[in-house]
Design a binder for this molecule. Structure first.
Ligand code: PMP
Length: 362
């Protein structure tokens, strides 16, 4: 049995041991080809088979309708922050952003570089501890799209329902909660996510987009930054991140073998309940950062009575085999990221460690 850490990293993050072992078995000689998958042409039948299988599995597992494209791009979710307004924010239109935290702010900043971007709602005055009420979201009449960040990785907040935007395309940054729960894709014009939390390793960015939004990009945008370049070439216009796509495919097979997205969502809820219960049952020793109604099922953020105790908690947790529990510097405190591949056993061990730490220091 491999010596595996209790890995709560925010991303890149834990991958299932089975996936890593399968990749290890196939590493040097993929399917009897005498080559690693990363040594072969992306135009060959073997790689194309993997590429297409990953798209197909995503369609099946996430319920992606036929009139949506599934793209594998590069540059991370951060490049999508620019590509979205470059492709979709036409002259005379406004891009509307729901300001939920650090990542929404970064997306908004890029949009303002490209065109007219406005805030549709914001919880900044509440330190981004909550997701704004859907009824507070104001969509301008000339909106090109409404952008939301479905899960704020740093603050640890998550949308439970999504706004109804009528004819205005809803665009979701799902980098930190993609495939963690069922989603009605038809409510969205576009969904995007870096792979390195729930989908596999870093290096590939998933874009799921309604065909009409990616079929005719403005002619003035550089070729590689146009959605239509990638949509019309099955994401094979240039060399794709083939090894990352291969690992995403293995990860998708793992999701399927574990019962699909609904089963994963149920497992995630059980995992996070252990840790939120440890917070809520601590009599205030641990304090959740996010408002209870906006709590994330992916990133659990909490504080302790003093920064000294927080430092001690992190130090001791590392001695006990836990990794990645330090909160992001902008929020401070602790953060446990419990993505799809984080085992129940890791969450159980953390809840027990939290109780034990409190007994010794509370
Ligand atoms: N959006 C969210 C919600 C994220 O959590 C991250 C990365 N942590 C990003 C965007 C940026 O992703 P990338 O590093 O792939 O550019």
């Amino acid at each position: 049995m491999a010596n595996r850490a209790y890995n709560f990293n925010a991303g890149p993050a834990a991958l299932p041991l089975e996936v890593l072992q399968q990749a290890q078995e196939q590493f040097i000689d993929y399917a009897g080809s005498g080559m690693s998958i990363m040594e072969m042409s992306h135009r060959g039948a073997i790689y194309e088979g993997v590429h297409n299988e990953a798209q197909q599995l995503l369609r099946e597992l996430f319920g992606i309708p036929d009139n949506y494209k599934v793209l594998f791009l590069q540059g991370g979710a951060s490049t999508q922050f620019s590509m979205i307004p470059m492709n979709l924010l036409a002259e005379g239109k406004s891009a509307a952003y729901v300001m939920t935290g650090s990542w929404a702010s970064k997306a908004f900043k890029e949009a303002k570089l490209i065109g007219n971007a406005v805030e549709a709602a914001s919880s900044k005055a509440d330190q981004y501890k909550r997701i704004p009420a859907l009824s507070d979201i104001q969509i301008p009449e000339n909106a090109a799209y409404l952008h939301i960040t479905s899960n704020e990785t740093i603050e640890g907040t998550q949308f439970t329902d999504f706004p109804d935007t009528g004819d205005v395309p809803l665009i979701g940054d799902m980098s930190s909660d993609i495939l963690s729960r069922p989603v009605d894709i038809s409510k969205f014009g576009m969904i995007y996510a870096g792979a390195q939390k729930n989908l596999g390793p870093s290096g590939v960015t998933l874009v799921i987009a309604r065909e009409d939004l990616v079929s005719d990009s403005p002619k003035t945008i550089p070729t590689m930054l146009r959605y239509d370049t990638h949509a019309s070439n099955n994401s094979l216009y240039n060399t794709p991140p083939s090894f990352s796509v291969y690992l995403v495919n293995l990860m998708l097979k793992w999701v399927k073998a574990n019962g699909g997205v609904a089963a994963i969502a149920a497992a995630n809820a059980e995992k996070t309940k252990l840790i939120y219960d440890a917070i809520d049952g601590s009599g205030g020793f641990y304090r959740g950062f996010a408002d209870a109604a906006s709590r994330s099922q992916m990133n659990i953020t909490f504080r302790m009575p003093t920064e000294e105790l927080e430092k001690q908690f992190i130090k001791e947790s590392e001695q006990h085999g836990f990794v990645g529990l330090k909160g992001h510097r902008s929020v401070g405190g602790l953060r446990a990221s419990t993505y799809n591949a984080v085992p129940f056993a890791s969450c159980k061990a953390l809840a027990e460690f939290m109780a034990d730490f409190q007994r010794r220091n509370g």
